[in-house]
Design a protein around this ligand. Structure first.
Ligand SMILES: *Cc1c(COP(=O)(O)O)cnc(C)c1O
Length: 314
């Protein structure tokens, strides 16, 4: 099995979308549809896994171990990609009150053959601690460690391919931000576009986090400072923080679906699209051509619908 061909990224087309507001403000909006790559291994999660999984063979490993929360897109993407590649997967999950039947994300992971271990929140805090990881991996020498969210150098270089697949030129690019891995990949592959990042976490220091990811890739500080000049952080669109959303955001997502047919999720892409929409509305992008990166995440909608007690799209 050629791991680089596990999912077909040709399905991620770039498409223009229409909305009365865009016409009014003379803005052209295009969407890079990474959500179309696969319903489970949505968008950027495959981008981030690809070069991680490509190391398996050279390192002589036969599976991966990673971390994720109860509704983690990354956990499910890892379970699915590992299943498809015919290798093992182990998922360490935040919350020892959970089990494989707690929700659909977790039961899907288990059905795909992922071995799940549920960690106390206290233990989960150590997920990026070097000594803790070494201790865990010393008992799992056949597995490759992939950090939560696929947030490492291999994840970042996979995300550089998103922009390389786009032929057109733009003035601005918009993307949702969690660990910053995707935005760092995009930032380091842009030509002259300005990158607007929309962190979904509250009180998140985007620039410091991006610096960390970029420097971990061996890039030197002057280059890192230089590329970061092409980045603008829109930190006012987290809607309360990670996993939080408001009625206004839900209404917005439904409205965009009705007017454009585009499905967004309330955790990541809905917030980023709202931010872009708001910037267009306020006239900051008049006359510009804008690319929105649809990073996927639609599998997470089920969890939101459980809480809302209604369907998000009908
Ligand atoms: C994980 C995820 C992100 C965040 O990507 P990072 O590389 O962690 O910044 C954005 N959008 C969706 C849909 C995601 O699932």
């Amino acid at each position: 099995m050629d791991i680089s061909q596990l999912f077909n990224t040709d399905l991620s087309i770039t498409q223009q979308i229409e909305h009365p507001l865009f016409n009014e403000r003379t803005v052209k909006v295009y969407v890079k549809r990474d959500d179309l790559i696969d319903p489970y291994v949505s968008g950027n999660k495959w981008r981030k896994l690809k070069y991680n999984l490509l190391q398996l063979k050279t390192l002589g490993k036969n599976g991966v171990l990673t971390f994720g929360g109860a509704y983690s897109n990354h956990l499910l993407a890892t379970a699915y990609a590992a299943n498809k590649a015919g290798v093992k997967s182990v998922g360490l999950v935040r919350g020892d009150e959970l089990n494989v039947n707690s929700n659909e994300t977790l039961s899907n992971c288990a059905d795909l053959g992922m071995e799940l271990r549920f960690l106390s929140r206290e233990e989960y805090q150590k997920r990026n601690d070097k000594d803790y990881i070494s201790a865990i991996m010393s008992e799992k020498t056949d597995l490759l460690f992939v950090p939560e969210g696929g947030a490492n150098y291999y994840g970042m270089i996979g995300c550089q391919e998103i922009i390389k697949e786009v032929d057109e030129d733009f003035d601005a690019v918009f993307v949702a931000q969690g660990t910053t891995t995707t935005s760092c990949g995009i930032l380091t592959s842009l030509k002259n576009e300005l990158l607007y990042v929309v962190p979904v976490l509250k009180g998140f220091d985007s620039v410091a986090e991006m610096k960390k990811v970029l420097l971990s890739g061996g890039m030197d500080l002057s280059y890192v400072d230089d590329v970061l000049k092409n980045c603008r952080v829109l930190s006012e669109y987290h809607f309360g923080g990670y996993g939080k959303y408001t009625d206004e955001l839900i209404e917005f997502i439904r409205d965009i679906y009705q007017t454009t047919g585009l499905k967004l999720d309330p955790i990541y892409t809905g917030k980023a699209f709202y931010a872009m929409f708001d910037q267009i509305k306020s006239g900051n992008l008049d006359g510009q051509s804008v690319l929105f990166i649809h990073t996927g995440g639609l599998q997470g909608v089920a969890g939101v619908e459980d809480k809302l007690g209604t369907k998000l799209f009908d």
